[in-house]
Write a protein that binds this ligand. Structure first.
Ligand SMILES: NC(=O)C1=CN([C@@H]2O[C@H](COP(=O)(O)OP(=O)(O)OC[C@H]3O[C@@H](n4cnc5c(N)ncnc54)[C@H](O)[C@@H]3O)[C@@H](O)[C@H]2O)C=CC1
Ligand SMILES: CC(=O)C(=O)O
Ligand SMILES: [K+]
Ligand SMILES: [Mn+2]
Length: 353
């Protein structure tokens, strides 16, 4: 029996609704699989934890998490309790960095039964490889002077190693898919980091003669996500560009509530972390209507990561049968609750056994 030790961090807001839902689904996955079991341990790290303890996680938090096979996270952020930059940098971004999860992979494709807001979305199936450890998300900079003289400086960090790593990841992924990589750039407006990004892209591409490439400025690329999403296979993007593009990717799928993501540690030293693209959605928290599919699809990515693609594909098929039959939360046009959708997915999974 293969056993995966999973650290679960529901975090804030709807994270506390969708993580338990997805864990119930994973327990059903284990039942029908027969040779796979999970040991979940819950960690309460969140903005409420911060109010009580003065930090988003304990001093030895990283040590407590580091020996798990994966981390399964919901969302972080409750701006009523803790400013967002403090909560995110104290937990989500801290884990991404300390555990060297340098790549964030975020697929976007149409699910059966889920209506895209695009009039003619065609059959898009793309994946964004987002650099996850540097770029525009940087602590370098500062603020000086006061009032009308105040100045804020935010430096972006682009290392050759980090940039190459993300690009190699994207090319390797494209080799297993439709053999096309698009680079998200902005070298017409950003004069140091983005021309550098373009140069590294050209250099890395030379190692993959069988992969087609193109390079698009992020503004035009955003527009193409709306007009021709079916033209893309793999897109490689910096931390911020990838962040923005993947909410857009989620939107054209039909809702940010269904988009999954994986923060991948590539060197095997630390666990990878799986969390949906969406945040804590304070506007719907407590209403029981959060879409659990983003978190459940994220669980599928965690299964894939541990070599369980076969059961992962079964799980996504079951999710699609459920949406195809109209059993959905209100964000994608349904009338059902988080719990009803989750129960239906579990019921259908068990019917597969
Ligand atoms: N990775 C993370 O943990 C992230 C955390 N955040 C944090 O979350 C908080 C809220 O941020 P927002 O910018 O409002 O983004 P958000 O993703 O939480 O919500 C944006 C909109 O999408 C809806 N939505 C999100 N997830 C949904 C789901 N599963 N089902 C149905 N509807 C859903 C929300 O109701 C809201 O209208 C902030 O504190 C922010 O910093 C935001 C993005 C990512
Ligand atoms: C913070 C955020 O929005 C993200 O990492 O996706
Ligand atoms: K999240
Ligand atoms: Mn985001």
């Amino acid at each position: 029996m293969k056993k995966l030790k999973i650290a679960s961090i529901p975090g804030d807001g709807i994270g506390k609704e969708v993580v338990p839902a997805a864990i119930d689904v994973l327990k059903a996955v284990s039942e029908i699989h027969g040779g796979l079991s999970f040991e979940f341990m819950d960690f309460p790290y969140s903005c409420e934890y911060y109010l009580e303890h003065g930090s988003m996680m304990p001093e030895d938090g990283l040590k407590r998490l580091k020996d798990f096979d994966s981390i399964f996270l919901g969302a972080v952020g409750n701006a009523k309790l803790v400013p967002d930059h403090i909560s995110l940098w104290g937990l989500l971004i801290k884990l991404r960095r300390e555990f060297e999860q340098q790549i964030n992979i975020r697929p976007a494709k149409l699910l059966n039964g889920v209506r895209s807001p695009l009039v003619n979305p065609k059959d898009f199936d793309l994946i964004v490889v987002r650099e996850n450890s540097e770029g525009e998300y940087s602590e370098v900079g500062g603020r000086i002077f006061r009032e009308e003289d105040e100045i804020a400086i935010q430096n972006n960090i682009f290392s050759r190693k980090g940039t190459e790593r993300a690009m190699h990841y994207a090319f390797d992924l494209a080799a297993k898919r439709n053999k096309h990589v698009t680079s998200a750039t902005k070298s017409n407006g950003i004069v140091h980091s983005m021309p550098f990004w373009d140069e590294v892209f050209k250099d890395v591409a030379k190692n993959y003669p069988e992969i087609e490439t193109d390079s698009q400025h992020i503004d035009a690329l955003s527009a193409f996500f709306v007009t021709h999403p079916d033209k893309f296979d793999v897109i490689v993007a910096s931390n911020l560009f990838g962040d923005i593009l993947t909410d857009l990717g989620a939107a054209i799928m039909g809702s940010i509530g269904i988009a999954p993501a994986g923060n991948i540690n590539c060197n095997g030293k630390y666990p990878s972390m799986f969390e949906p693209v969406h945040g804590s959605a304070p506007d719907i928290y407590g209403k029981g209507i959060a879409n659990p599919i983003g978190q459940i699809w994220t669980a599928k990515m965690m299964l894939d990561h541990h070599g369980e693609n076969e059961i992962g594909n079964v799980l996504l098929d079951v999710v699609e049968c459920t949406t195809a039959d109209g059993i959905m939360t209100p964000d994608i046009g349904g009338k059902h609750s988080t719990e009803e959708v989750t129960e239906e997915i579990i019921k259908r999974l068990k019917e597969k056994a």
